[in-house]
Write a protein that binds this ligand. Structure first.
Ligand SMILES: [Zn+2]
Length: 443
C-alpha cells in the first residue's frame, strides 16, 4: 500500500518536473524567437508590476521581503550611472540578449549625462534613483540632508527626462546600502520603494571580471532567485556581463523586468508569502517555547492562606488536633519570604573552629552508650538512674570484678537519664572508646 503511494507520488513528481522543464524550454524558445538577431538570447520572461506602497522595502540583504519571484527568476539591477563609456556597453550587451533591467541613476551623473538617462528609457529599462551625490553616510547624516540628497537625485534625473514623471520609477537604492529608519520612512511616505538586493557580485571591488562572474553565478545558484546588484560604471562588469547572461540561460534562469504600478497598470497579483525568499511553511513543524502566562498573583508579595474547607481533610480528629495546636491562626498565615543567605556572596567560607568538633564528655558517653552491642545489655532502671554511683557498682561487669568505670563517665549518662550499656563500656580501652566516638560522630 505504502509502496503504491510512493510510486504514485514519484510519478506525480516526475510529471510535475517534466511539465516545469517543458514550460521552461517553451518560455526560452519563445524568448529566443522574440529577440531579433539572436536566436539564443536569454530574453525577458515576464514583466512584474509592483506597488511600492504595499511593499516599501525589498531585498533580503537587508529586509525580510524581496520581489515575488519564482524559482530561477532573476532581476538585474545596475547602479551609479549613467556613465557613457561603460553604460552604453552595458546597454548594448543587454540589448543583444533582449534583457530588461532596472537602473538606479545618480543625480549628478544624470545632470552630466542626461542623454544616458534617455537611452535607458528608450531601451525599455526601468529607471530609479540613487541620490544626488552618492554619499555613503546616509545612515548617520541628518535627515534633512538625507532628504535633500533624495529629492535632488530625483529632480536631476527627472530633468534629464524633461520632467516626465511617468518615465521615472519610484524606486530608490540607498548609496552603499547604508540604510537608516528615518531615510526609509521618508521614502515610504512619498510612495518610493527602497531596493536593497539579494546578492551582489562585488563588482565595485578591485577584482577580476572572472571573479565578478564567479560571485554572481555562485550567489544566484545559492539562493535560486532574486535581485542581482551590479554597476554599469565598472569595466569589469562590462567584461563579465556577457558570460553571466549566457551562463544564466544555460542553467535555466529567466530574467524578470520590474515596473511600478500605475492607475493604468495594476500590480501583478501576488500572495503575501511570495514576497519572502523562504516563507514559513505549515508543513514543517517549528518548535517554539510557550509564552509565560502573566499570572495576576506574581505581582503580590503574599499568597492567600488556604482554608480547611479547601482541603480534603474529612478526618475530624485531624481537624481537631490542628485547631488545638494553637499555632498561628491560619487566617493570618503568610507564606515565608525567601531569605538570601549572607554567605551566598562569599567566595570562601570561614574555617570552623576546633571547638565545633569537640564533643562534651557527657554527650560522648551518651553516644557510646546508645550503641547496642549485645542482646544481654542491661539498662538502668529509673531507680538506678537516680543513683548512678550505686548503679555502677551493681552493673554486671562490676559484679564480675573486672573494674569499674571512672566516676566521671558513670555520672554523665545519669544526668541525661538515658539507659547505658555499662557492660559494653567496661570492655573498651580508652583508645577504643575514642575510635568508637569518632565513628559514631561520623555516622
Ligand atoms: Zn551606488
Amino acid at each position: 500500500m505504502v509502496t503504491n503511494v510512493l510510486v504514485r507520488l514519484r510519478k506525480r513528481s516526475s510529471i510535475a518536473a517534466g511539465a516545469a522543464l517543458l514550460g521552461c524550454f517553451m518560455v526560452q524558445a519563445a524568448l529566443a524567437a522574440d529577440c531579433p538577431g539572436n536566436p539564443n538570447a536569454l530574453g525577458t520572461s515576464r514583466t512584474l508590476v509592483v506597488d511600492p506602497r504595499e511593499h516599501p522595502r525589498i531585498g533580503t540583504m537587508q529586509y525580510p521581503e524581496t520581489l515575488p519571484l519564482a524559482d530561477h527568476e532573476v532581476v538585474l539591477t545596475f547602479d551609479d550611472g549613467p556613465l557613457p563609456k561603460y553604460s552604453n556597453q552595458i546597454l548594448a550587451i543587454l540589448a543583444s540578449q533582449c534583457v530588461k533591467a532596472t537602473f538606479f541613476a545618480i543625480g549628478s551623473q544624470a545632470r552630466a549625462n542626461p542623454e544616458g538617462v534617455r537611452k535607458l528609457i528608450a531601451a525599455g529599462h526601468t529607471v530609479g534613483t540613487h541620490s544626488q551625490n552618492h554619499p555613503l553616510t546616509m545612515n548617520k547624516m541628518p535627515i534633512d540632508k538625507a532628504r535633500q540628497e533624495i529629492d535632488d537625485g530625483i529632480a536631476s534625473t527627472l530633468a534629464a527626462l524633461n520632467g516626465d514623471k511617468s518615465k521615472l520609477a519610484p524606486f530608490f537604492r540607498i548609496p552603499g546600502l547604508m540604510r537608516a529608519a528615518a531615510v526609509e520612512d521618508y521614502l515610504a511616505s512619498h510612495g518610493i520603494q527602497v531596493w536593497s538586493a539579494d546578492f551582489p557580485a562585488d563588482d565595485w571591488r578591485h577584482i577580476s571580471p572572472q571573479r565578478v562572474y564567479d560571485l554572481a553565478i555562485q550567489r544566484i545558484e545559492a539562493m535560486g532567485r532574486g535581485i542581482l546588484l551590479l554597476h554599469d560604471i565598472q569595466p569589469r562588469t562590462v567584461a563579465a556581463l556577457p558570460r553571466i547572461l549566457s551562463e544564466l540561460k544555460a542553467r535555466g534562469y529567466r530574467i524578470v523586468h520590474v515596473v511600478p504600478a500605475t492607475p493604468d497598470r495594476p500590480a501583478t497579483p501576488t500572495q503575501p508569502q511570495q514576497w519572502y525568499l523562504r516563507p514559513p511553511t505549515e508543513t514543517v513543524a517549528i518548535s517554539r517555547w510557550p509564552a509565560i502566562p502573566n499570572f495576576v498573583f506574581t505581582a503580590t508579595k503574599t499568597l492567600p492562606a488556604p482554608a480547611f474547607s479547601d482541603t480534603d481533610w474529612l478526618d475530624a480528629e485531624i481537624l481537631d488536633h490542628a485547631q488545638r495546636a494553637h499555632v498561628v491562626p491560619l487566617s493570618r498565615t503568610q507564606w515565608p519570604q525567601p531569605q538570601l543567605a549572607q554567605t551566598a556572596s562569599l567566595s570562601t567560607l570561614p574555617i570552623a573552629a576546633a571547638s565545633v568538633f569537640r564533643i562534651p564528655e557527657a554527650r560522648r558517653l551518651t553516644l557510646l552508650a546508645a550503641r547496642p552491642r549485645r542482646p544481654a545489655t542491661q539498662a538502668w532502671s529509673a531507680r538506678q538512674a537516680k543513683h548512678p554511683r550505686q548503679a555502677v557498682h551493681q552493673a554486671p561487669g562490676a559484679a564480675r570484678g573486672k573494674g569499674a568505670l571512672p566516676a566521671q563517665h558513670a555520672n554523665a549518662p545519669a544526668q541525661q537519664g538515658n539507659p547505658i550499656d555499662l557492660a559494653n563500656l567496661r570492655k573498651r580501652s580508652p583508645r577504643a572508646e575514642a575510635t568508637a566516638t569518632v565513628k559514631r560522630v561520623a555516622d
